[in-house]
Design a protein around this ligand. Sequence first.
Ligand SMILES: [Zn+2]
Ligand SMILES: [Zn+2]
Length: 719
Amino acid sequence: MAAEPRRKVVGAACEDAHVGDEEDDRDHARSTAGIAFKRASRDMMRLFDSTVRMGQRVFHVVMRIVGPCLVLLALSLIGFVTYTYFWYGFAEMAKEVGQPGAVAISMVGVFLLTNALYNYAKAVMTSAGIPPEFEAELEACKAPPRKCAKCGKLKPPRAHHCSVCGVCVMKMDHHCPWINNCVGFGNYRYFCLFLLFIASACTFIVVVFGVCFEDVIFTWGRRGTRAFRQSVLISFMICASILCAVCMLGGFHLYLVLTNQTTIEFQINMIRRRQCRRNGEFFRNPYDVGRSRNCQEVFGPNSLWGFRWMFPWMALAPTGDGIKYASIDKMLFLAVVSHEEPPLAVFELLDRIYQVLLRYLGEVSEDSLRQNFSTVYLLLDEMIDSGLPFTTEMNRLESIIAPPSAIGKVVQAVSGSSTQVLSDVPLEAAGQAGPFGALSSALGGLTHSHIGGASAEVWWRRQNVAYGSNEVYVDIVETVSCICNGTGNMISGGVSGEVLINSKLSGVPEVLLSLRNPAVLQNASFHPCVRLPRFQRDKALSFIPPDGEFSLATYWIPDTTMNLPFHFAVSVNYHSDHGKVQISASPKMAITMQNKQMLIDKFVVNIRLPASIASANLACQGGSIRFDDESKVLIWNLGKLASQECKAEGTLNYGTDPKDGTPQIPSEEKPTAQLAFVIKGWAISGVRLDACDVSSINYTPYKASRYTTTAGKIEYRIA
Ligand SMILES: [Zn+2]
Ligand SMILES: [Zn+2]
């Protein structure tokens, strides 16, 4: 596929030439002016780019020189304030609060100063953390490590390149000129603690000087010598301004520590969040594993109220190696069983819990679970009672526990979360048994059978269902999975199907579904509403439907005599200098003639070719075809498979042996083809709805049915 970019360039040149050949003079002038303008702006951009780059380089050099100066400046400021305190302040203070009082106050100051200086020294001298050189150490990372574009070394997650230091830094926060060092994985805790202690020390000076020398600072009163007054005033101002700056910076870093972001990630995440919001998605920082664990990642596994984390020489050091970070990726549903249980039953229950949460919360994410905690708690309590699956039927649950509403959330926000439990109980239930009766029934499960209005016999259906327009939709969805051999015959396979019903019927309707070939339902599992004796007797599905969407039956047909509604053939041959691939697909007329409304859509062929194929020249009639040389997969996207035959063919070019340059001919490797498609208006098992009768109602509902067959895992072995 190396030819691809070149062709693009040629195409662009042709376009330019074509524009130049335009006969109309005005158009011609305009287009030349346009090209000239484009060129000028391109040159301008280049100039601007090189200027910026130059500026950056100068800036980095300046930073390298300025860094040590700023460290000296910081130390001399601290030194000046300390000198003022002890040379002028202490004696004055002793006059006001007495010698012992002044000593006690000074001890606090010295303590804060020592800590600040200790953390400052540590922040300056500790390396921010340079990623290891060897690939083996980075192998444990989930994602393959990226390569740094600037220094060419491997970059673990959260590492960034510091242009001032000229190296990659693990969990890089920023390059701080005040410590002449990068702030990263290795010294972030010292940096944060330095901010904390320097802010405390400045507060200390501001308070002590402000209280003791109020008249000097605020009224410029005649007290002490001129040098005394100037020194105290300057120290006070230095500390007040440092305090303001550090409070802002420290507040930001407190937020970053709590949310487990670095300054760089904060910027990246802000952009991502905006993008996600635009796409209607929800963004979450994957490294945010809860406030206390986020703090422990920076300050080590120390308890918050033990305050040992403030003193790094005695606190436990942060665990972690700067390469791997705990992150939240997928949500897992876990069930703990005390003794041997049928595993499928447990999976079914977990799936049901997921479906219920999805319907209640709209999305199942960590945040949605946290925000609707009381609803989730009530649901789990209702679905699993004393460790046993209990009420798992959606409609039943909805009648017991109301979905979280916007109003409920406002009430919760205004009056605290305790009312949420009450607001989760539907109004009719609350009205029937009083708030506490409803509460106890919601929490304790089935105390009586009329909660929410569903009757005991038809517990899956809400009572008093009323619709303006009454409709019932039957959806038969089948998924075919099979392996076919070289001649196109099915070797193994089967069809899994599902009868989905969306019922919007008022009252308590009786529905009778009769199928033309009920034999397909031999291995079926039914919704509890289906009357099984009736089905066994006359093979008709009779039931009172739950309200809304539900799955009436799921079935599995192990059958290798099924007839796929299309012909598909593929051949791959390897000649001495190149390979040849031919694919063809066409609908089977016998089937399409019988089913006029049938439509084969989204037909995609994937062929995984041997690794020694370097590139391919492909052409097709219908759809689009391409060869992905990364994954060595040939992808033919046909779209709709209409009446005529679709063909694709092409040559495969072999890669050459790196040693002697001979082409590598794949010998015995037989590729396989995978198919994907959606067939509308047709069910492969031949299941057909004969009639759908709705009785014991006084209206005529609208009824509709739909058939769909989708491809599960379909594999063609190529001969
Ligand atoms: Zn780098
Ligand atoms: Zn740096």
